[in-house]
Design a protein around this ligand. Structure first.
Ligand SMILES: Nc1nc2c(ncn2[C@@H]2O[C@H](COP(=O)(O)OP(=O)(O)OP(=O)(O)O)[C@@H](O)[C@H]2O)c(=O)[nH]1
Ligand SMILES: [Mg+2]
Length: 470
């Protein structure tokens, strides 16, 4: 991040655009030791100085901190504060910035902000500081998105993925792809220049090679999206089984609190219950469901329908079979059906209530694990198995780059489509201008990831995810 930011700084020293000053509380609402109000934009330092009693801030150096009071326009002290100064371009936004650290009370923080706003400063929109950082070339668009991911990260792995992206690793990959396309375009356009002299592509094979390589590399990056999505949003895990199988008990055991109601009455859980849970750095969204059975009760029937829907959307399905009850032919068929319907979705079959299991084991069914939620038996094994199955056949190690955003995936897919179409054009012996159109389109798609190419809509949808003050 540091190196990248430094590089950008060097390039961007002259091109920072200082916009109207904006301000927002950058720390969460509530009581705390301190709160920070961030002010960024043209003449931010001189503006804040109007309400600051202490040293003349406008005469002070960048990266210095000053003690003083914020005073309202009637001369009343609002709060004792520290003002940290950043002169352009060496700030988060690239613009002149003041960070006012005041006491962390809800009202006092608001009063300091109000005072700053009364100086003609505008309230910042969500993510506007980061948006300015992007517009000023302090970071690429994918890095700006990573800032939001970092803030919203709910597990260690999600945090790692956001860090990777923040460091600009995705951007580097995309730049390499873009360079390859630019090289290919150069080859094609060279041919176009000499078209009258009837020159064939200087090296059709070389061009083909280049595009094929690119296609494969995009494929590899796209393959990380499945894992990236799981890491970022959590593994949607559904517990299914007959009424009384112990689904709610297992959910409570895993999350360590009585989240779902447990009784000995079959049909206790009526609606699906979602609980967030993390294991070994990976986030799971556990869904407890109503036990599956034919029922005339309308409420229960609706619950069963929802269980089915949760199963269809799941990334991981766990079927629970009560070992204290005889396995009926009907349930065996049910299990087989579920296993089949799971398709590519990882499926775990567990036997529950091992502590009171029937003596005779049923050979016709192969359990992945037999557990007792009440006695805590094999629960750790189950946790491990859940993580392992969820990430099975998925590209995953903490140091590798993951595509975590559907926006990035869509752009990569479109770019790949263009590359494939260029390859086809080449195969069919079409002229260079056809190839050129495809290649330029691919270039454009990739550019939307890093932000070389942006539209108002893209920016709006990205930055509206941010909190105010970021
Ligand atoms: N002995 C024993 N009893 C268990 C175990 N797990 C659950 N039970 C009991 O089995 C009964 C049903 O458990 P629940 O967790 O409510 O079962 P469920 O699958 O959620 O049932 P529905 O919500 O009706 O679909 C309760 O009386 C639990 O105490 C276990 O590991 N050992
Ligand atoms: Mg239940």
């Amino acid at each position: 991040m540091k190196n990248q930011a430094l590089k950008n700084n060097e390039q961007q020293t002259l091109s920072i655009t200082e916009r109207e000053p904006i301000a927002a509380i950058a720390t969460p609402v509530g009581e705390g030791g301190i709160a920070v109000i961030r002010v960024s934009g043209e003449d931010a330092i001189a503006t804040v100085d109007k309400a600051f009693s202490g040293k003349d801030l406008s005469q002070q150096d960048s990266h210095t901190v000053h003690f003083g009071n914020i005073v309202d326009n009637e001369g009343q002290v609002v709060d004792e504060v520290l003002a940290t100064l950043f002169r352009s371009p060496k700030s988060y936004t690239g613009e002149e910035t003041v960070e006012i650290s005041c006491h962390g009370g809800v009202l006092v923080t608001q009063a300091v902000l109000e005072t700053v706003l009364s100086l003609g400063v505008r309230s910042a929109e969500p993510g506007e500081f980061t948006q300015r950082a992007f517009l000023n070339g302090k970071m690429e668009l994918s890095q700006a998105e990573a800032v939001a991911d970092l803030i919203h990260a709910k597990s260690k792995k999600a945090l790692d993925a956001a860090h990777q992206q923040l460091e600009g690793r995705l951007g580097e990959h995309i730049k390499e792809f873009r360079q390859q396309i630019i090289d290919a375009t150069a080859m094609v356009e060279l041919e176009l220049d000499f078209v009258e002299e009837d020159v064939e592509f200087a090296d059709k094979e070389q061009l083909q090679e280049l595009l094929k390589e690119l296609d494969e590399e995009i494929d590899e990056l796209l393959a990380t999206y499945e894992t990236g999505r799981l890491v970022k949003h959590g593994v949607r895990t559904v517990f299914i089984g007959l009424p009384n199988a112990g689904k709610s008990t297992l959910l409570n055991t895993l999350v360590g609190k009585d989240r779902a109601i447990v009784t000995e009455i079959a049909g206790t859980t009526r609606d699906t219950i979602d609980v967030d849970w993390s294991y070994d750095g990976l986030r799971f969204k556990l869904t407890d469901t109503a036990g599956l059975r034919e029922t005339t009760d309308v409420v229960e029937a609706e619950g069963v329908k929802r269980s089915q829907q949760a199963f269809e959307k799941a990334d991981l399905a766990v079927y629970l079979k009560d070992l204290s009850r005889e396995l009926t032919a009907e349930e065996r068929q049910d299990i087989a059906e579920f296993q089949k319907n799971a398709g590519d979705t990882p499926f775990i079959l567990i036997g529950t209530k091992k502590d009171i299991a029937k003596e005779i084991e049923d050979e016709r069914i192969r359990y992945d694990l037999k557990i007792s939620a009440i006695e805590g038996e094999a629960i750790d094994d189950l946790k491990k198995l859940m993580k392992q199955r969820a990430l099975e056949n998925k590209h995953y190690d903490s140091s590798s780059l993951l595509v975590t955003s559907s926006r990035h995936r869509d752009a990569l897919e479109k770019a790949q489509q263009d590359v494939k179409s260029a390859l086809q054009a080449l195969d069919r012996g079409m002229t260079g201008d056809f190839l050129s159109i495809d290649l330029r389109s691919a270039l454009k798609q990739l550019g939307t990831i890093t932000g070389e190419i942006t539209t108002e809509d893209i920016l709006d949808s990205i930055f509206s995810r941010f909190c105010i003050g970021k």
